[in-house]
Design a protein around this ligand. Sequence first.
Ligand SMILES: [Fe+2]
Ligand SMILES: [Fe+2]
Length: 242
Amino acid sequence: MSEAQDRKTITVAAMGDLHVKETSAGAYRDLFAEVSKVADALVLAGDLTDLGKPKEAEVLAADLKACSIPVIAVLGNHDHECGGVDEVKRILRDAGVTILEGQTCEVGGVGFVGVKGYGGGFGRRMLGSFGESATKSFVSEAMNEAMLLENGLRQVRSERAMVVLHYAPIAETVEGEPEEIFPFLGCSRLAETIDRFKVTTVVHGHAHRGRYEGKTPAGIPVFNVAMQIEKPSGKPYALFEI
Ligand SMILES: [Fe+2]
Ligand SMILES: [Fe+2]
């Protein structure tokens, strides 16, 4: 039995928005080595690459060789930019990363459920499925992501669960960004889904200038772990005992 399985909780390091470029070789190597010493699992909350180029994924995969703990990730909007997302996923999966798109996995007794999520806005001002077909497609993408999350959450057998997103499920953790772009930073449909299940912690990225901490309407803690956000750890990654 590993040390992590022996304990009642595990330490999860989480960060998002690495935006690895073709020219960033080695940029994260030391950080991944450091994280492996202080945590039992590393969660990456999307925008792993800057433009979704397979070459960028290869640069990240090379740096991940320095990481000796399980790596669980969701993709972000930037990982979709070049239309090479299947190749990006293949490269990262070959490097040992568990990419979640509605699936679940378990590490040290903690169930992880991940989806990218999508925009649409928050609360009463959330975009509804009305009018032009382009608007309906936008809303249906957000609803589909929420459904994938729901399917994943139904499969969690563990008492402790972490939800991993790229887009924000609440407005609180995007505060600090210009209000005009809130609808593109996340969607309340994700929080509505989360609140129907027993979830310990939610992490997301995407809002580089947002706020670290918030809560869903039902009181589940939500953390914006984009690496650009200042965290209590004083590091680009946040640490959670779960
Ligand atoms: Fe980002
Ligand atoms: Fe993003």
